[in-house]
Design a protein around this ligand. Structure first.
Ligand code: ZN
Length: 80
């Protein structure tokens, strides 16, 4: 791939993110806990439930009816 086919994203003076132009982002963070998906089962889970397997078990299953109707838990302020 030539340099022309890549897109450069300057993050800071000494950090440049380079990605192919046809690269598409997939959501990699759980919608609920915000943690990155860890493995293939998390990815598969995300595609179905928009969350990781932990949140599926602890949040989605207990609230499955509400979840399917579009309910989502309130975001908590736990950013460190
Ligand atoms: Zn999660």
């Amino acid at each position: 791939m030539s340099i022309d086919e890549r897109e450069h994203i300057i993050i800071s003076d000494d950090l440049v993110l380079v990605k192919p132009l046809n690269w598409t982002t997939t959501a990699v963070d759980c919608d609920i806990c915000g943690y990155a998906l860890r493995d293939q089962s998390d990815v598969a889970c995300y595609q179905k439930w928009s969350c990781c397997t932990d949140c599926r078990d602890t949040v989605v299953w207990p609230n499955k009816e509400k979840w399917l109707e579009g309910w989502r838990p309130e975001k908590t302020e736990e950013d460190n």
